[in-house]
Design a protein around this ligand. Structure first.
Ligand code: DOR
Length: 453
């Protein structure tokens, strides 16, 4: 294994409160020095990191790797390659595969495949219910023994409140966080986009905000009752942010995540870029960094179909406020690859989901850091130490002796996201062709370089 010295970078390690210019030394896959004028062994590979940010390896806590069973969309190999390209050293993969990851054998399968083929660390989540059918609990203790870091029915939502309560009670016994895709089926029915002005204008069925909020309330109540650790995934609505903010104030153990598509886009995007205007006639993205002229797309583009859906301008603003004030703990991609043939159908019939691993860092920098809303350290914390703590990963820090997972990025590099060059097997990103700012330069996993620009 090569030993590496990253020299002269801006070292930002929120876990250790570090933000200074200096060097990081990696020996035998571990962090061996962080500081200024470190003594370097003669054999070390020296890499000039001047002008670059050097931080703990980024963790994506919401990734769909699609194996087993959906390898036409993505594989562990391609998904983790996309992760490395995007600056991530770890991903937390979702269990809505085919079959679902609802038993120890399937966890072992992912684990073995990841050991052979993955470019980055793969942490595995197990299903809350068997087959993600929402009817019978999975063997949560056995899943934990097999190595899952959390349980979730992501893509689906346990509707039966009594079953969810039991899942939370078991999760305490096995010290696992429970992640929830918050969606009340009776309220959402077959909605395909945010219920509002644009769903009416476009003639598409609405997926109302209350369909998310009702389950957020349920989760807050059950977290309060049981004391379990509940994490609300991909929060999209203003009211959900307010509810979680209030619950946290009351000391309830609830955490939440936000995705770049929800804090970058609105439902207006489904009307096409030509009509990218707010109700007040002003351009919808008023405080962006040149988004509106950087890409063109057509109405009813299914690459904007995601669950929960892109919402209103007010919701987008509230998500950003929630990230900034700490209500939303994590920024995650919800990388959800789908085949071209599946997405190239009528909006109603396309699957929900967008890819995100290669654009999340840039979009987060553009929407949060370059707009002056969030400092780099706070932004990095939401993709390093925060997910590490929530999932108990022993990652997300540059502490001496820790595994040398390191990300190096340039917050100012301007580039165009060319989907033809994506490492993912799928192309269903709404951000293809966009001018982005900020890019991963070097990704190091256990002291090994897995991506270099
Ligand atoms: O849009 C989504 N796609 N949301 C989810 O929660 C699941 C995901 C998928 O698996 O495709």
């Amino acid at each position: 294994m090569n030993d590496i010295a990253l020299l002269g970078g801006r070292i930002i390690d929120p876990a250790n409160n570090l933000d200074f210019q200096g060097d990081v030394l990696i020996i035998d896959g571990k962090i061996s020095g962080v500081g200024q004028d470190i003594n370097l062994p003669s054999e070390v590979e020296k890499i000039n990191a001047r002008g670059l940010v050097v931080c703990p390896g980024l963790i994506d806590s919401h990734t769909h790797l699609r194996e087993p069973g959906q390898s036409a969309k993505e594989t562990i190999e391609t998904g983790t390659r996309a992760a490395a390209r995007g600056g991530f050293t770890s991903v937390v993969c979702m269990p809505n595969t085919n079959p679902a990851i609802d038993n120890p054998a399937n966890v072992a399968l992912i684990h073995e495949k990841a050991t052979r083929e993955a470019m980055v660390n793969v942490f595995i989540t197990g299903a809350i219910t068997k087959g993600i059918a929402g009817e019978e609990l999975s063997p949560i203790g056995s899943l934990k023994k097999a190595g899952v870091v959390a349980i979730t029915d992501d893509g689906h939502c346990v509707q039966n409140n009594e079953l969810m309560r039991r899942a939370l009670e078991y999760s305490i016994m096995f010290d696992l966080p429970v992640l929830d895709h918050c969606q009340d089926y009776s309220l959402v029915t077959d909605g395909v986009m945010h219920e509002g002005y644009w769903s009416i204008a476009l003639g598409l069925r609405g997926w109302p905000s209350i369909g998310e909020e009702m389950i957020v309330v349920r989760n807050i109540m059950l977290a309060g009752l049981t004391g379990a650790k509940v994490h609300c995934q991909h929060i999209s609505s203003r009211k959900s942010v307010e509810l979680i903010r209030e619950a946290k104030k009351q000391g309830i153990k609830i955490t939440a995540e936000a995705c770049p598509h929800h804090f970058t886009l609105t439902d207006n995007a489904i009307a096409g870029s030509e009509k990218f205007w707010g109700d007040d006639g002003k351009e919808l993205i008023e405080d962006d960094v040149g988004f509106s002229d950087s890409a063109f797309w057509y109405s009813y583009d299914t690459n904007f179909k995601v669950s929960p859906p892109l919402r209103s301008k007010e919701d987008r603003k509230a998500i950003i406020e929630g990230i900034v004030d700490g209500t939303l703990d994590i920024i995650a991609s919800d990388h959800a690859p789908h085949c071209l043939y599946e997405k190239e159908v009528e909006f109603d019939n396309a699957p929900f989901g967008v890819t995100g691993l290669e654009s999340i860092l840039s979009l987060s920098l553009m929407r949060l850091y370059h707009t002056g809303k969030l400092g780099l350290s706070d932004l990095i914390a939401k993709m390093t130490i925060n997910p590490s703590r929530i999932f108990s990963l022993d990652r997300g820090t540059l502490g001496i002796g820790k595994v040398a997972d390191v990300s190096v990025f340039n917050p100012d590099t301007e580039w165009v996201f060319d989907l033809n060059e994506s490492a993912s097997k799928s192309r269903n990103s709404p951000f293809g062709g966009w001018k982005l700012k900020g890019r991963a330069i070097l990704t190091i996993v256990s002291g090994k370089i897995v991506n270099r620009l």
